[in-house]
Design a protein around this ligand. Structure first.
Ligand SMILES: [Zn+2]
Length: 269
């Protein structure tokens, strides 16, 4: 398992361009930092759609497969919280250092799901990176990944949560199963402002045009697709900030409806 984890990470990294970047914003009283761990491109043959000819056309558009890996850091004043950890601990540590956050001061880490591009930042040489953090993971994800070295590296630190649970007064878990068996979104609220950390609801910009397009990474594509459509419909044209693990430009902004599908208004620096 350890070896497999390393090989997958290496293969994945080989298609990635390294360039960490951050965007800061206020969410009520909280300070939020959206962190791009790296840019990447999805291979075209990972995409699926009911109409393969149309899919080819869409994939031939400029930057159709452009993607990224983002994590989100929230300082509430009382808690220092990470949402997902990206694919490489050293890159994450370097970015945290650049924003003057010490790993030992992170007390909470919320994991949307246990794919390696979201949890690999938790360990370095199979040792834990965040010595004092509690790791919040959905019960369904833990059950499906019982042999993960992440669980071994954080004994007594894994906090399994149920869905629709307030894990803090200001963080609610929302089920978004389909991408994985326990894929979870986190709704973060402060002073009437809300941010939805939506994990892997969407992987590439072309899915804004048509949410029916999916990637083979989805464990249950039909369920993932219907969840994506439901979530996008629910949050489009609202005041909720969306924080996406694979959106471009550090992955934070607001979702808008447009003529044929959706568009994303990214928060700019
Ligand atoms: Zn992912």
């Amino acid at each position: 398992m350890k070896k497999l984890f390393s090989i997958i990470a290496m293969l994945f990294l080989s298609s990635c361009l390294f360039a960490a970047n951050v965007i800061n914003m206020k969410l009520g009283k909280f300070d939020v930092t959206a962190i791009k761990i790296q840019s990447m491109d999805h291979k075209k043959d990972l995409f699926r759609y009911k109409d393969s000819k149309k899919l080819e056309e869409i994939l031939n558009q400029k930057d159709s497969t452009a993607s990224a890996i983002n994590v989100f850091y929230v300082d509430t004043g009382d808690h220092k919280i990470l949402f997902d950890t990206g694919i490489n601990a050293q890159i994450l540590l370097d970015v945290l250092k650049s924003i003057k956050v010490e790993p030992k001061n992170i007390d909470t880490i919320c994991i949307t799901h246990m794919h390696f591009d979201h949890i690999a930042g938790l360990i370095q040489d199979y040792n834990r990176v965040f010595p004092k953090a509690d790791i919040y993971i959905a019960q369904e994800e833990v059950d499906a990944n019982k042999t993960s070295e992440i669980l071994l590296a954080y004994p007594n630190r894994i906090k399994q949560f149920k869905q629709n649970e307030q894990i803090f007064p200001f963080i609610k878990t929302i089920p978004a199963f389909g991408h994985t068996l326990g894929h979870t979104m986190f709704e973060v609220t402060s002073d009437g402002q809300t941010m939805l950390v939506w994990g892997d609801i969407l992987h590439a910009p072309i899915q804004f045009q048509d949410p029916n397009i999916y990637l083979i990474y989805d464990t249950d594509p039909i369920q993932a697709l219907s969840v994506r459509k439901k979530v996008m419909k629910e949050y489009a044209d609202t005041d909720t900030y969306i924080a996406g693990a694979h959106l471009l430009n550090c992955g934070i902004g607001k979702l808008k409806k447009d003529k044929t599908g959706y568009k994303f208004d990214f928060l700019q620096k």
